[in-house]
Design a protein around this ligand. Structure first.
Ligand SMILES: NC(=O)c1ccc[n+]([C@@H]2O[C@H](COP(=O)([O-])OP(=O)(O)OC[C@H]3O[C@@H](n4cnc5c(N)ncnc54)[C@H](OP(=O)(O)O)[C@@H]3O)[C@@H](O)[C@H]2O)c1
Length: 299
């Protein structure tokens, strides 16, 4: 396929129209899901829970070996790996093609692959900036656009974008990341308004810190990020499945952090006044987490 071909041109008349079919939290039998960033962390938990609920799952990530192992751990009758960088848009077209070839339909898209780079915004290289925006925003937008076309034809579907609390209230030294996640959140909300009447639901999940490779060396995580309680990859995956079954527009984890970030965004002076308090809390949490990691305990 070439850039510019549309999914519509691939879609066949024999695709079932499933208007009004409502998935339940634990019954996704017969559904097919694509999960990006699925070889580790949140994406892997999401893929496993989707498969446990009966869905076929296509796992996407760049590193083939880990990805294949992840798909095999789920079971190859229900899971398939597709090695790709989400920022390579031709690969995304191919992803749709092979998913439909193998499973016949696409009911769920979880845009989860993400990239962060910490440091002052002034001085960020154009390449790094471009990679963050492309991976976290442009790629999910493009993939949603491709998949939505297919879902609208089916008359049903769910798209879940994994954003971040940093997309609700910007984090110092994570400016490009915060901007990309705020953009993803805005895109999801606008797309939801567009697609809801057509039977396709779009949701955004905004997690606080999660102890994965993505969070990285705790010494380099801003205090303000660690001021919010850690959640687990399974907590985030549960939120994703809840969104799929309920069509909920947005879930923040933990819920109280979601409320605090909303308040902080609406009242910036309040956020600035509370900032030192939260930073102290974050620094104290860091000491606890570092000790837990050193002792081999779950953070
Ligand atoms: N961990 C946190 O504290 C946290 C908090 C809030 C939001 N989030 C968001 O949650 C999402 C997942 O984070 P995580 O903590 O689960 O990360 P993780 O454990 O580091 O896993 C990232 C996954 O994404 C894949 N990936 C990365 N870049 C990719 C690309 N360009 N194309 C395709 N796959 C790619 C990785 O595999 P390959 O490297 O092999 O491609 C891996 O499978 C991200 O969007 C992140 O922004 C994370």
């Amino acid at each position: 396929m070439t850039e510019g071909d549309t999914v519509e041109s691939e879609s066949s008349a024999d695709q079932p129209k499933t208007t009004g079919e409502k998935a339940t939290r634990d019954n996704l039998g017969g559904k097919t899901a694509i999960v990006t960033g699925a070889s580790a962390g949140i994406g892997l938990s999401v893929a496993k829970k989707l498969a446990e609920a009966g869905a076929n799952v296509v796992l996407v990530a760049r590193g083939r070996e880990k990805l294949d192992a992840a798909a095999a751990s789920i079971g190859l009758e229900r899971a398939m790996s597709f090695a790709a960088d989400v920022s390579h848009f031709d690969s995304l077209r191919e992803l749709l093609r092979v998913t439909r070839e193998r499973f016949g339909r696409i009911d769920i898209l979880v845009n989860n692959a993400g990239l962060n780079h910490r440091g002052p915004a002034v001085g960020i290289s154009p390449d790094t900036l471009g990679a963050i925006i492309t991976t976290n925003l442009t790629a999910p937008v493009f993939l949603s656009r491709l998949v939505a076309e297919h879902m609208v034809q089916q008359g049903s579907g769910s798209i879940v974008n994994v954003a971040s609390l940093a997309g609700k209230i910007p984090v110092k030294d994570e400016a490009a990341y915060s901007a990309s996640k705020a953009g993803l959140r805005a895109f999801g909300r606008a797309l939801a308004m567009e697609l809801d009447p057509l039977g396709v639901h779009v949701s955004t999940v905004c997690p606080g810190p999660v102890d994965t490779d993505f969070l990285g060396d705790l010494e380099h995580v801003p205090d303000i990020v660690l001021s919010q309680p850690m959640v687990t990859t399974d907590d985030v995956a549960d939120a994703v499945l809840t969104c799929i079954s309920s069509g909920k527009r947005e879930v923040s984890l933990p819920a109280l952090s979601g409320l605090l970030t909303t308040l902080g965004y609406v009242f910036p002076s309040l956020a600035a006044a509370m900032h030192p308090l939260f930073e102290r809390r974050g620094a104290a949490n860091r000491r606890r987490y570092v000790a837990a990691r050193a002792a081999g305990r779950v953070v």
